[in-house]
Design a protein around this ligand. Sequence first.
Ligand SMILES: Cc1cc2nc3c(=O)[nH]c(=O)nc-3n(C[C@H](O)[C@H](O)[C@H](O)COP(=O)(O)O)c2cc1C
Length: 371
Amino acid sequence: MSDTNYPNILSPSNLGVVPLRNRAMVAPMTRVSASSQGVPTDIMLEHYRSFAKGGWGLIFTEGTYTDEGPSQGYRNQPGIATEEHRDGWSKIVDAVHGENTPIFQQLIHAGGLIQHNNYVSSAIAPSAVDQLGKMLPHYFGDGMFAVPREITKDEIKETIKGFADAAVRSVEAGFDGIEIHGANGYLLDQFLTTFSNIRNDEYGGSMENRLRFHCEVLSAVLEAVGGNAPVGIRISQTKVNNFDYQWPGQEHDAKTIFSALKAVGPAYIHISTHKGLEDVWKSGRHLADWAKEIWGGPTIACGGLHDPVHAENILKEGKADFIAIGKGALADPEWPNKVSADLTPTAFDPGMIKPYANLQNTLDWRKNNNH
Ligand SMILES: Cc1cc2nc3c(=O)[nH]c(=O)nc-3n(C[C@H](O)[C@H](O)[C@H](O)COP(=O)(O)O)c2cc1C
């Protein structure tokens, strides 16, 4: 008999070649706390180390921009575009490894969703169309997104190379794996999405064409890393600029997307939702469940899984292999240790990321609220 109420969450596993002490992961979370040049800071080191001490099986970094072109989305976002960035991250990786915890770097290109008023005019995206929604004030964004410029085919090649070079720098920094941010409305997802991609070349039109950029980025990163670290990809329907978006072809699109990714061969697929793991397309199943069935490989579910009973059930029912937690991890870096001791983790409070999602605000909130 197991002596825990959460045997699935707490069971050891591995992701590719990386051993994990349990199946609970810190979701990628942008914290706008790097230097103005995108170099990781001491406060970031302490932030990531607190998760490692808290007993998580794996930590994902926040979305980290890939190149010195227009990949950066936010003020004080960290990059992995230069050697200085790499050396800054290396200190964080060492601190996290010092607590026996693996850490994967998430690579992001903002595309049309640049939230930094100094850079909005340089935004590139599949098509020069209005980006829905407003910039996010907690990332220092203010007002509507600008209409981006249509990315040229040469720029598509350069951007893919940017991802591959960034992944190599991440491995040099000591990261255990790479996650490509293919979700939430940023550049890759802009290609996949009908309202942001009205191209009529091989990157637009059919679902196969709109998926081409995802597959080319994934393939280039896999080749660049050459088996030195697992490479996975994050996918969502919802977006920071449209929380309700669903794939128009629903289950049929899911089959096309997850089968195409499978053919390229990621180490895992990470499903992100903004509203919690909900029933999609009235199918009675959530998106991670669909992904796992269609692609058949390691699948991470994320969205509203901070209640350990809920998270345990998702794993127990075989609807995902791992669970990632965002806001709940921010609220309680000790979540796995507490779950293991059958204690209730501290609940998230929106005040932790107000007025800005940076780390100083979270620390101030904790101090003012006696945590
Ligand atoms: C402050 C904050 C920053 C986030 N930044 C990222 C990010 O950099 N990359 C990403 O893929 N998702 C990001 N997300 C989304 C989370 O990874 C996660 O998918 C979402 O919060 C739902 O999970 P939860 O209900 O456990 O919070 C962010 C979420 C929050 C709250």
